[in-house]
Design a protein around this ligand. Structure first.
Ligand code: JFZ
Length: 429
């Protein structure tokens, strides 16, 4: 096997077992509360955005509480935006004054996040934006993603991109050298003309690996919305990343390489319709849908990283908290069907999904059927079938007619993950 693929497989072992993570988009944009792209979308000038740092006091920021919530929800890793496209650093950057030490809070928010999540035994990652809308050597005029893209003042401005790269590499170096062991780095993102070579990606990854040999990264340093990069080939580049990062969708067939083998991937998905806090976006997905999304990812050998957008004061919106607590209730009884599980050798059934871990098959019943639930092509394969929730056995007469468990839709779903496995006695036979 290709050495880079071998290393990727080794490095991502914990990650492929973890299956469920928390994404956290937090920054100055939480103050206007219209999403993290507000500066670009509304063409806000620097002087009309910078002052937000004087208001960013984060008085209720308690990352220990975030970490407890993530743990309760069953999340095994978490990724915080150390810097988003607006350029504001949630850490003590020595190469930019636009950071949280100089904001009203005067705190290193990244450090506190890392300490709190590590203390809960949750793996930690940082999101870092390759774009920086604030740096004057980042391309402005005509760049489709820049707030000043059509501002005539910038026409013909001669930016020095190498200067920008020195700055960007220095910021990443601060993160990988100053904060202990990081499990994951989430780069965002390449697009059109701005791609791998432009970022000096090869040198960048060499530097990152020098200080963090086991860190895993997403594929967006090389890849873009249109182009996954070489991660799907049998000969990936050194900066192809360790996992693919489909956004706001679950790939219909999972993600495989050119030889048809699964590669690590993670669907990043918001709970409402925004990454950053949005005061009026109340379009939250139900806990039931989120559980199904998680099961779907696992059934296709992927992960789900679910986003929260804390308010400017540091509180996770109460809607998100309530949903995550309900997801946690389900995980408490059913997480065996998630951690360490993946695609099943059996085809997707009509009524739901299978996840599998070795000889343990987990049946997630999503749809109430008119009559019996058919377990096709499994005659003689099932030794025992039990409810995962309480371990109680489901007799053949019952599992042919699981409708019995459908007292109502929620109950039906809540108890849906059952596993079929040999009783302890016959396990080795
Ligand atoms: C990016 C960010 O822009 C967004 O704010 C969020 O952080 C998300 C997780 O990642 O989203 C993208 C990236 C690329 C495209 C669109 C959204 N794109 O190329 O169209």
């Amino acid at each position: 096997m290709n050495k880079l693929i071998e290393e990727r497989t080794r490095r991502t072992e914990w990650y492929r077992d973890a299956r469920f993570g928390m994404f956290i988009h937090w920054g100055l944009y939480a103050i206007p509360a219209r999403g993290e792209w507000v500066r670009s979308r509304e063409r806000i000038k620097k002087e009309n955005y910078d002052y937000l740092m004087d208001e960013f006091s984060c008085e209720n920021y308690d990352p220990k509480e975030w970490a407890r919530l993530a743990k309760k929800a069953g999340m095994k890793y978490a990724v915080l935006t150390a810097k988003h496209h607006d350029g504001f650093c949630l850490y003590d950057s020595k190469v930019s004054d636009f950071n949280s030490m100089n904001a009203a809070c005067h705190r290193d928010l990244v450090k506190e996040f890392l300490d709190a999540f590590r203390a809960e035994g949750i793996k930690v990652g940082l999101y870092f934006s390759l774009l920086d809308w604030r740096h004057e050597d980042y391309p402005h005029y005509g760049d489709m993603h820049h707030p000043m893209r059509d501002n005539e003042e910038w026409k013909g401005y001669n930016h020095n991109f190498d200067n920008y790269l020195d700055f960007m590499h220095a910021q990443i170096k601060e993160l990988v050298t100053g904060y202990g062991k990081l499990d994951l780095m989430w780069f965002d993102f390449s697009y059109g003309p701005m791609n791998c070579d432009k970022w000096k990606a090869k040198e960048l990854m060499e530097m990152v690996r020098e200080y963090q040999p086991d860190i895993i990264t997403d594929n967006r340093l090389e890849g873009s919305a249109e182009y996954a990069g070489t991660i799907k080939t049998l000969n990936p580049s050194t900066y192809a990343g360790d996992f693919a990062s489909p956004e706001q969708m679950i790939p219909p067939e999972g993600i495989v390489d050119e030889a048809g083998n699964s590669i690590p991937w993670e669907a990043c998905i918001t709970m409402n319709n925004n990454w950053g806090y949005h005061a009026h976006d109340k379009h939250f997905k139900s806990d039931k849908l989120i559980i199904r999304m998680l099961v779907e990812c696992v059934s296709k050998n992927g992960n789900l990283i679910l986003n929260v957008g804390p308010k400017a004061n540091g509180e996770i919106p109460k809607e998100s908290v309530e949903i995550l607590e309900k997801v946690g209730d389900w995980m408490k009884e059913n997480s065996k069907s998630i951690y360490g599980c993946g695609i099943s050798e059996y085809n997707k059934p009509e009524w739901g999904r299978f996840t599998q871990n070795g000889k343990f098959l987990y049946a997630h019943v999503f749809e109430e059927q008119a009559g019996a639930i058919a377990l096709c092509n499994m005659v003689g394969k099932i030794k025992k079938m039990r409810l995962l929730r309480d371990g109680s056995e489901i007799l053949q007469s019952n599992y042919w007619n699981l409708k019995e468990f459908a007292k109502d839709a929620f109950f039906f779903f809540d108890t849906s993950a059952s596993d079929c496995y040999p009783l302890p006695d016959d396990r080795d036979s």
